[in-house]
Write a protein that binds this ligand. Structure first.
Ligand code: NAI
Ligand code: MG
Length: 371
């Protein structure tokens, strides 16, 4: 099996035992789509040699309302001590500030050192614009460190926020983005169809204006790329200023393979990229650290369709495959991707967000049949 360094790094820990997966449904349709991820894992062909054990874990706004805590210590402890990977559904957030509440997924990313947010965006052959890209967003710093202050000057309010870019965090995000570029190539070589014949890394920045902070981001990734030609020479290196990146992403999305970006640009680019492939219900993500990954659909708790059994499970199923990729099982991941693509391509068994009439469970059954 063509597995790259990233897989090996993860695979070491997971060699023979059953894989323990934490399931954190959260709120709303999180409770309807996380079981889909579990069902698909259980249905993987036995010749892949993978076994799973599941542990259901609590988090979310509902839980906060009942108990006063959104992320129990027990959830974090079980993930840290006895899980190999996890799936997170969605959490509702109140629109006005609620004393004592903060987002459990943000806290989890911090506690588990999940410094990369990985969001693949892929079209299905023959449907819409061709896209096959992945955005790798730095998840720990930049403007999102929330070091803000408000003061008055000459009788007028002034707000300031610190944008922090460090060489340490940028080296880590650059390294994982390069590994993902190599890993994607390895998955293509397992037979996955793709727009790309060669892996490409595009570094997004605004260093024409923010020459110090974004300059450090750009230079650090470049330095890392140059530091190991033996490993990275198969990857094409490109740089793109963020505003023209947005323009090009909508004009010619097919040219992008792996895009690496500081936190804020990555956030904006990844929601924009999701618009290229239609429903939020099909876009997966993963929160990734050095030895742990949490798969997470990009959508929220969707209170408007909660309890109706029509939530699209595909974002979660793809997030499950992504989690497996980071756990060092690209073969199982590519089987799931292929089954999902076949379902989407046939365009019959689909939930209402994609214009269909099928239920969540009908889509799950169809994907499982195609495994
Ligand atoms: P949302 O993603 O929950 O829903 C937006 C629209 O997309 C809704 O019309 C919904 O029905 C539809 N949709 C989303 N996922 C779908 C799926 N799998 N299948 C079919 N249709 C789907 O975003 P919204 O409405 O802005 O937020 C609702 C709640 O979710 C809020 O409390 C928000 O704070 C939270 N949220 C949580 C996120 C997370 O946990 N990572 C991310 C985004 C929002
Ligand atoms: Mg966002």
């Amino acid at each position: 099996m063509a597995s790259r360094t990233l897989s090996k790094q993860f695979a070491r820990t997971y060699a023979t035992k059953a894989l323990k997966i934490g399931l954190i449904p959260g709120d709303g349709i999180g409770r309807e789509v996380i079981p889909a991820g579990k069902q698909v894992l259980e249905a993987l062909p036995s010749d892949l040699g993978l076994k799973f054990e599941f542990t259901e874990l609590k988090a979310g706004f509902e839980l906060f309302k009942q108990t006063g805590t959104a992320l129990p210590d027990e959830t974090v402890e079980v993930l840290q001590k006895s899980c190999d990977g996890a799936l997170f559904g969605a959490v509702s957030s109140p629109t006005t500030k609620v004393e004592g509440y903060s987002s459990p997924i943000v806290a989890l990313r911090k506690k588990l050192g999940l410094y990369a947010n990985v969001r693949p965006v892929k079209s299905v052959e023959g449907i819409g614009r061709p896209v096959d890209m992945v955005i790798v967003r730095e998840n720990t710093e930049d403007l999102y460190i929330k070091e803000e202050k408000l003061y008055e000057k000459d009788g007028q309010k002034v707000a300031e926020a610190i944008k922090r870019i460090t060489e340490r965090a940028t080296t880590k995000i650059g390294a994982i983005a390069l590994e993902i570029a190599l890993q994607r190539q390895a998955i293509r070589e397992l037979g996955g169809a793709s727009l790309h014949s060669q892996p490409t890394l595009t570094v997004t920045h605004k260093s024409n204006v923010l020459s110090v902070s974004d300059g450090l981001f750009r230079e650090t990734v470049r330095k890392l790329y140059d530091s190991n030609p033996a490993k990275y020479s198969g990857v094409q290196y490109k740089e793109q200023i963020v505003d023209s990146m947005v323009y090009r992403m909508f004009r010619e999305p097919e040219i992008f393979d792996v895009v690496v970006a500081p936190n804020l640009y990555g956030d904006i680019l990844s929601d924009g990229a999701a618009a290229l492939v239609g429903s939020l219900g099909v876009v997966p993500s993963a929160n990734v650290g050095d030895n742990f990954a949490i798969g997470e659909p990009c959508h929220g708790s969707a209170p408007d369709i909660e309890g109706k059994g029509i939530a699209n499970p595909i974002a979660t199923i793809r997030s499950t495959a992504l989690m497996l990729e980071f756990m060092g099982h690209p073969e199982a991941a590519s089987k799931i991707y292929a089954a999902v693509d076949a379902n989407l391509k046939e365009d019959v068994i689909k939930t209402p967000d994609l214009g269909g009439k099928s239920s969540t469970q009908e889509v799950v059954a169809d994907v499982i049949r195609r495994l």
